[in-house]
Design a protein around this ligand. Structure first.
Ligand SMILES: CSC[C@@H](O)[C@@H](O)C(=O)COP(=O)(O)O
Ligand SMILES: [Zn+2]
Length: 204
C-alpha cells in the first residue's frame, strides 16, 4: 500500500472534535463519525465501531474521495456520506456526524415533512453567513438506509452543492454537518444541536 502520512495537526483537530461531541452526549455507544480533509483528493476519517470518547491517533485512517482506504484499517461505515460532501463541496475541510436525542427524535417525527425548520433563534447567527435572528433555514431529512452508498447517492442527487444547506438529518439516526475548517464544523454542530433541542422542547 502506498505511503500516506497522517499529519499530526489533522489528527489532533479531528480527535478533539470527536471527543468534544462525545462529551456533549452526541456520540454515545460508538455512534458518530468525524473527518478532516487533507487535500483535494484525500481525507482522514475515524475507524469504524470505536468509542468516540477514547480515540487515539491510530484510530484514524486516510481515504480517497471515493471513500477507499489508503492506510490500514476499516473506515467508518458511513465514509461514503463524508466522501459525498468532500466531492461536492471543495471548500469544506471538516465533517461531523452526531447522534443526539434531539436529532434522532425530530428527524423521525418530521420525516413526512422532509425537513426541520429552524427559525427566529439568535443562535442561527452561529451558522456561517447568517447575521440576524430573523432568518429561517431548513434542515433536510432523508430516510435512514443501511445501504450507505445508496444513501450517499440520494443525498448527492437531492442536495448537490447547495450552499444554503448547513447540514441534513437521517431519520431516527442523526445529523451531518460540515465547515470550511474544524472550528466552523464544531460551531455548526453545537449550534444545530442547540437549535434542534429548542425545537424539540417547543413541541413538548
Ligand atoms: C451505535 S451504531 C451507529 C453506527 O451504525 C453509525 O450510525 C455510526 O454513526 C457510527 O458508525 P462507525 O462505523 O463507527 O463510523
Ligand atoms: Zn450514524
Amino acid at each position: 500500500m502506498q505511503e500516506h502520512r497522517l499529519p499530526e495537526s489533522a489528527a489532533a483537530t479531528l480527535l478533539s472534535l470527536a471527543s468534544r461531541c462525545h462529551a456533549r452526549g452526541w456520540a454515545q455507544a460508538t455512534s458518530g463519525n468525524f473527518s478532516v480533509r487533507l487535500d483535494a483528493h484525500r481525507f482522514v476519517i475515524t475507524k469504524s465501531g470505536l468509542d468516540k470518547g477514547a480515540l487515539r491517533a491510530e484510530d484514524l485512517l486516510v481515504v480517497d474521495l471515493e471513500g477507499s482506504p489508503l492506510t490500514e484499517g476499516r473506515p467508518s461505515a458511513e465514509t461514503p456520506l463524508h466522501a459525498q460532501i468532500y466531492r461536492r463541496r471543495p471548500g469544506i475541510t471538516a465533517v461531523a456526524h452526531t447522534h443526539s436525542v434531539a436529532a434522532t427524535v425530530l428527524s423521525r417525527a418530521l420525516l413526512a415533512e422532509g425537513y426541520v425548520v429552524l427559525s427566529g433563534f439568535e443562535m442561527l447567527k452561529a451558522l456561517v453567513g447568517i447575521n440576524t435572528h430573523e432568518t429561517s433555514i431548513r434542515l433536510p431529512i432523508f430516510p435512514n438506509d443501511q445501504d450507505v452508498p445508496r444513501l450517499a447517492a440520494q443525498v448527492d442527487a437531492e442536495l448537490g452543492d447547495d450552499d444554503c444547506v448547513y447540514g441534513y438529518l437521517l431519520a431516527g439516526h442523526g445529523l451531518y454537518t460540515w465547515g470550511e475548517n474544524v472550528n466552523e464544523a464544531a460551531r455548526h454542530v453545537e449550534a444545530i444541536e442547540f437549535l434542534l433541542e429548542c425545537v424539540l422542547h417547543g413541541r413538548r
